[in-house]
Design a protein around this ligand. Structure first.
Ligand SMILES: Nc1ncnc2c1ncn2[C@@H]1O[C@H](COP(=O)(O)OP(=O)(O)OP(=O)(O)O)[C@@H](O)[C@H]1O
Ligand SMILES: [Mg+2]
Length: 613
């Protein structure tokens, strides 16, 4: 139920370094951001002008009474309101462009990275974690940029303008009103910090709730069969309760914060009135006018806005820091397996030549050698130790052995999904690491232990193996693996939608489609990891017959628990704890009466029994 990756950076202190590294992503839109700043300065100017104009107008009215010039003020207000509206429209439009642009760029970079990264990366990160990097984290960062720019520029400019305007009109009154600024700053910092904390709790809780949702829904079938419904509900209610507490705390803090800072604003007004009223009444000549006084009252109410906004944006910044760190980390991750510098140079200097691949070595594969290979997934547990194997074109190699013995690992290494820890895998004498990954993968047809389909039609899913395949070739491949029959029986045949991850099909049907897809790519190396484990025995036998024809002239690795599948393999390797304990064809191994013989006879008897009973 725990999601260790979810919020690992949430409590790190503010780090300028992280933001410096994120800056280039925002600077792509520097022209937009400059305009955002211009809008901020303009708005601050308008904000200061409104009270100033009001003061001027009142002074005029008190001096000469209602006059013609009122109309000019009216026009002045109208113009300012229109300009205000226009600039609001402008910055909202601009912010939209910046947000969409940055989110798009980050997602694009992140997605590219996901395509490059190796299997080992996906072993370490859950799908939920990977998804939220490209969704919530990208959103958080992209929406931060324009608003932070606008509010910081607007806020600091407005504060400056307000101070200048006040000082210009009456420095004594200015000092009195400005005395509320330090408490405003302190209160804002204090509450923003509190709010940040409770918001983090809410978010963390939220993530837990989503993870719990996810897990419960993914496992809903298992839950039902195990009668775990009430326990799951209890767990969920616990999380929900915590969420309630944190959310109400956050709301309460918000509810206290705003009244406090608006009251501070009112205190400013009170001070202005008190000081100003005194001077207005007593010494008209040296004191300040009524208009100035009213302008000051408005300045005082304006003061808390920029301070509050700036404080809030900085807390947003801190809030988004974890997201920034995670995205940066993702973008910085180098794929564990990639073409070496030498390979890249060879590809760059390649001149097309018959029979030579784009990395400068022979295109065709004749033999594969495991040369004293050691391998472990995590440095702790050694899966293969001094593993040796030589395989030639035209051979079908079957791997059998108990669960966890290392069969999938062996084929993972052939496909270079993982890198060997010691020793080497040689293709025609050349270390696999000196060859291009693209070349290697173009040679492979892999059907993994858990078949995967993409949402789309059956035809599209098979075509995935070779995008330029014709409809006939697709049907040919489907016939070869005996999938054509069941496809033809579907109402929409090859145009049937398979649903997300092929959810509309049975596991066996998915296996058949993955097999057809792999065949279509016409691979030199064919890897089938339990590729037909969920298909009935009769269908499997038919596939076997079809495959035998296709596999001639290729190298095939077949992993199967059902031993009837691999009877006709050229070589059967019995693997135990990462070591080959028997090696030979079916007849030889049966005669030997060793491990394979035991396994085979046991399964044979079981099958007979289940058939009879
Ligand atoms: N991605 C992984 N990360 C860490 N350890 C792994 C990983 N995959 C497999 N292992 C470990 O490596 C060992 C060999 O696993 P492997 O998948 O090769 O077994 P297998 O023979 O294919 O088993 P099965 O018949 O169940 O598919 C096991 O002990 C397993 O725990
Ligand atoms: Mg396996």
């Amino acid at each position: 139920m725990s999601q260790p990756h979810l919020d690992e950076h949430a409590h790190s202190p503010f780090s300028l370094d992280v933001w410096k590294r994120m800056l280039p992503h925002a600077l792509v839109y520097r022209a937009h951001l400059i305009w955002m700043g211009v809008a901020g300065i303009f708005l601050a100017l308008l904000d200061t002008l409104f009270p100033w104009m009001t003061g001027k107008m009142i002074d005029e009215v008190t001096k000469v009474g209602l006059s013609q010039s009122l109309r000019q003020y009216g026009i002045g207000y109208a113009v300012m309101v229109v300009m205000f509206a226009l600039s609001v429209w402008f910055f909202i439009w601009l912010a939209g462009k910046i947000i969409t642009g940055i989110a798009f760029d980050l997602r694009d970079k992140g997605f590219r990275k996901y395509q490059e990264l190796s299997f080992s990366y996906y072993d370490k990160h859950s799908i939920g974690w990977l998804l939220s990097r490209l969704t919530s984290d990208c959103n958080k960062l992209s929406s931060l940029v324009p608003w932070l720019t606008l509010d910081v520029v607007w806020g600091t400019t407005l504060l400056t303008f307000l101070v200048i305007a006040m000082m210009a009109q009456s420095w004594q009154l200015a000092l009195v009103v400005l005395s509320i600024v330090p408490p405003l700053i302190l209160v804002s910092i204090y509450f923003q910090r509190k709010l940040l904390e409770s918001a983090r709790h809410v978010r963390k809780n939220n993530a837990k709730i989503i993870a719990s949702f996810n897990e419960s829904l993914m496992g809903i079938r298992t839950t039902k069969t195990l009668n775990r419904e009430s326990e799951n509900l209890k767990e969920f209610q616990g999380l929900s309760g915590e969420m309630y507490d944190h959310s109400t705390r956050n709301a309460l803090q918000n509810a206290v914060y705003l009244p406090i800072i608006t009251s501070l604003g009112s205190i400013g007004i009170g001070l202005a009135l008190w000081m100003g009223g005194y001077t207005v009444g007593l010494q008209k000549s040296a004191g300040i006018s009524l208009g100035t006084l009213i302008a000051f009252m408005q300045y005082a109410t304006l003061l808390y806005h920029p301070i509050e906004e700036i404080a809030r944006r900085f807390s947003d910044l801190q809030n988004a820091q974890a997201a920034a760190e995670r995205i940066q980390e993702l973008l910085d991750t180098e794929p564990a397996i990639q073409d070496s510098v030498l390979v890249r140079q060879a590809i760059a200097s390649y001149t097309p030549q018959k029979g030579i691949a784009h990395d400068g070595y022979p295109d065709k594969i004749r033999h594969i050698v495991f040369d004293h290979v050691d391998f472990s997934y995590n440095q702790k547990e050694t899966v293969l130790k001094d593993f040796q194997l030589e395989v030639h074109t035209g051979q079908t190699i079957a791997l059998v052995g108990s669960t966890g013995s290392g069969k999938s690992t062996i084929v993972n290494l052939v496909a270079r999904f993982y890198e060997v820890t010691q020793g080497a895998i040689l293709f025609d004498g050349i270390d696999i690491r000196e060859r291009s990954l693209h070349w290697l993968h173009s040679k492979l047809g892999v059907v993994l232990q858990s078949p995967h389909l993409f949402s789309g039609t059956i035809r599209e899913n098979i075509r995935y193996g070779r995008l330029d395949a014709t409809d006939e070739e697709i049907e040919q491949a489907a016939k070869m693996v005996n999938a054509h029959d069941f496809i033809s029986r579907l109402p929409k045949t090859y145009e049937t939608q398979v649903g997300e991850q092929g959810s509309q099909l049975s596991t066996g049907q998915k296996q058949l489609l993955s097999l057809a897809r792999a065949l279509l790519s016409d691979p030199e190396i064919f890897i089938m990891d339990e590729a037909t484990s969920s298909v009935d025995t009769e269908t499997e036998r038919l596939i076997q017959d079809g495959l035998e024809r296709v596999l001639s002239g290729r190298i095939a690795f077949v992993i199967a628990h059902r031993l009837s599948t691999i009877r006709s393999a050229d070589r059967i390797l019995v693997i135990d704890k990462g070591v080959i304990v028997e090696d030979g064809d079916h007849d030889t191994l049966i005669k030997k009466k060793g491990r394979y013989y035991d396994l085979y006879t046991k399964q044979f008897v079981q099958e007979q029994q289940s058939f009879m009973g």
